[in-house]
Design a protein around this ligand. Sequence first.
Ligand SMILES: [Zn+2]
Length: 267
Amino acid sequence: MNNESKNSRNIPLAIQREVRQRCGFGCVICGLPLYEYEHMEGWAKVKRHNANEITLLCDQHHREKTGGLLPIEKVKNANNNPFNLKNNQSKPYTLHYSGKKPKAKLGTLTIETNDNGYGTQFIPLLIDLIPIIGFVLTDGHFLLNLKIFNEYNHLVLNVVNNQLVYKADLYDIQLVGRKLTIRKGFRQILLEIIFNTPDIIEIVKADLYVNGLHLTIVGEKITINNVNAEINFKNSTMTAPVGISIGEYRGQSAAYGIEKINRYKIE
Ligand SMILES: [Zn+2]
């Protein structure tokens, strides 16, 4: 270890990830997905970055520990048995979606809709009748719904009417500012989203799987099962209650739909 990293307060990224995984991607006391890295014995005392000596605490619990209201023993106990790992999911976090004109950006494609009164459903991405990205209008504002699966068809992230919950046994998930990133392996991004509240969701990058379908979104390229989607999505805008629909489909008209498509076998 060179002197610079030895004396720096900045925790190396690999150590941060190790701490996140071990702590179930949330405050070890309450599970909140918004947290800080905390040297349990105090940075000033140890002046080193050892993953086993670092834990995750939310703002409130960090302040309580610093102020002495939260005893170090309690933090250590929680660190040995983190809140999110007990439940195998994160503590629900409420996103602040409340706009009247919801928009979804999938790479460079924009999908939007009009407010058609109470109960209006807006589904930018529908796969096998599952709203992967959806908004529903209640009490005068739209609430976000989102379902993200991994390649084994397990739901890893779920947003139900603004309430965000994710699995605690992922390789990596981080919510930093408005950006949420899920990785399925070292430098392998499953999803990068920007929660541009109050009314825009931006899928910057995605490598999604649903029922044996594989969907990728990178820039202006949307591919389904490694085949370029047929229409040009570059900087275009769709206005419809359903944007892209893939697989089983009935009812509302989608701006872009593919019904018959090959599937891979889920192991
Ligand atoms: Zn907390």
